[in-house]
Design a protein around this ligand. Structure first.
Ligand SMILES: [Zn+2]
Length: 408
């Protein structure tokens, strides 16, 4: 039985899974530090650590500086005890990255130069091709199929939670209600998570300051379409059914230049998304095929492009001001291919700070992601690892081994 989203399940504080979580979160964890952090007796900590070592998930090595002069052995996650896959699916491009259990990237399909996986009308065909690709990439890196631990897939569309079904994807309308975890079940029993692209960006960006329960962050993906991921108190906020952060169909000032199925006249997507800017500039006689082309035209100082970009930035900033007033985040991170446009980011910042309440603006940081092509795929790796190494999953594993020993 494939239990999904065990990372959201409650787990006992101080359990073996919880101890592994603490070891994952620190570069310098020892048995004595664990006892201090958890308040558990040193003998209990040792018991938990030994069970993790016997599962092959933790290694004790090197030395940690300790105040008493005695050196404590350092505990670390054994990264080579399996691998996870992160998949980014867009309208024209699929990217697959395999990483070890510490999150270190092992192979990236964008760097190997192999032909991509086709995004076909039939999601089953794409999943078949995707699974073959994951296994071929693993093989090329000397990894065995048996060491596959799980996959997280980034999709530019709303994702029903917790089922993982795709809802009204504009990039591939035939994928409406597609159940990718169900299709993957023909190939693997390991966890298969499907997540909205902006949510994964939010997850990755929250690691920039270190992951804590204090993280309050909005990640706005500005690509062909516009999406928003919400991280509240350190956790993804998906809403009751997965629709949280779907800002793309808010009504804005301006005139829609591309059709949208939402029924809202002049929604964000149809007025100021990358797709809308492409249509607008083409209608004005400029040569633009993709959102990145719009960024390039703006960077070259093309007057019509700059005007359209600044106008779009003002409309986006205005919309975000209402959301910032409501949510009061610490950070708003602008991501997606359009976030590479300096005039767009400047216009959004200016409008946002002008329109939001002083109290909400006081500790607010608005920044562009460091690399628009990294955040989403790294977020998918993080989500896969959080699931594979979820305390509840590890606790179940420890219990299975203990039960086997008892009945042996
Ligand atoms: Zn719309």
């Amino acid at each position: 039985m494939n239990h999904r989203h065990l990372q959201d399940a409650d787990h006992a504080a101080g359990s073996a899974g919880d101890i592994l979580r603490l070891i994952r979160g620190s570069d310098a964890m020892s048995r004595s530090t664990l006892a201090r952090v958890t308040g558990l007796a040193p003998s209990t900590v040792s018991l938990r650590v030994e069970s993790l070592i016997s599962l092959g998930l933790v290694r004790e090595s090197g030395a940690e500086e300790s105040r008493g002069g005695r050196r404590a052995r350092r505990l670390e996650l054994a990264g080579d005890q399996g691998f996870v896959a992160a998949v980014d699916i867009g309208a024209n491009h699929v990217r697959v990255v395999l990483s070890d259990l510490t999150g270190r990237s092992l192979v990236d399909s964008d760097e190997t130069g192999h032909a991509g996986v086709p995004v076909s009308d039939d999601p089953e065909e794409t999943v078949e091709a995707l699974w073959r690709r994951i296994i071929a990439l693993a093989d090329s890196t000397g990894l065995a199929e048996a060491d596959f631990r799980g996959v997280a897939i980034s999709i530019p569309a709303p994702i029903e939670y917790p089922s993982g079904r795709i809802v009204t994807p504009s990039f591939m309308p035939t994928w409406h209600e597609a159940d990718l975890p169900g299709l993957f079940a023909a190939h693997t029993d390991s966890p298969v998570l499907v997540e909205n692209d902006a949510n994964l960006i939010a997850l990755f960006e929250s690691t920039e300051r270190g992951r804590t329960d204090e993280n309050q962050l909005l990640a706005v993906k500005l690509g062909t379409r516009i999406g928003c991921g919400i991280l509240a108190s350190g956790r993804l906020h998906r809403g009751i059914g997965g629709a949280a952060g779907e800002i793309s169909h808010m009504e804005v000032k301006g005139v829609s230049v591309i059709p949208c199925t939402c029924g809202v006249p002049n929604c964000l997507d149809s007025v100021v998304s990358g797709g809308a800017l492409v249509a607008k500039l083409r209608a004005q006689g400029l040569d633009a095929e993709t959102a990145s082309d719009v960024v390039a035209l703006g960077a070259r100082g093309e007057p019509l492009a700059l005007e359209a970009i600044r106008e779009a930035g003002a409309r986006i900033g205005e919309s975000l001001a209402g959301i910032v007033n409501f949510f009061n985040p610490r950070e708003v991170v602008l991501a997606g291919s359009m976030s590479a446009s300096l005039p767009l980011v400047a216009a959004i910042r200016a409008e946002l700070f002008q329109k939001c309440l002083p109290l909400a603006a006081h500790d607010l940081e608005v920044r562009a992601t460091r690399d628009p092509f990294v955040a989403g795929i790294r977020g998918a790796t993080l989500l896969a690892l959080d699931e594979v190494l979820a305390p509840a999953r590890i606790d179940a594993l420890v219990k299975d081994v203990a039960d086997d020993l008892r009945t042996a």
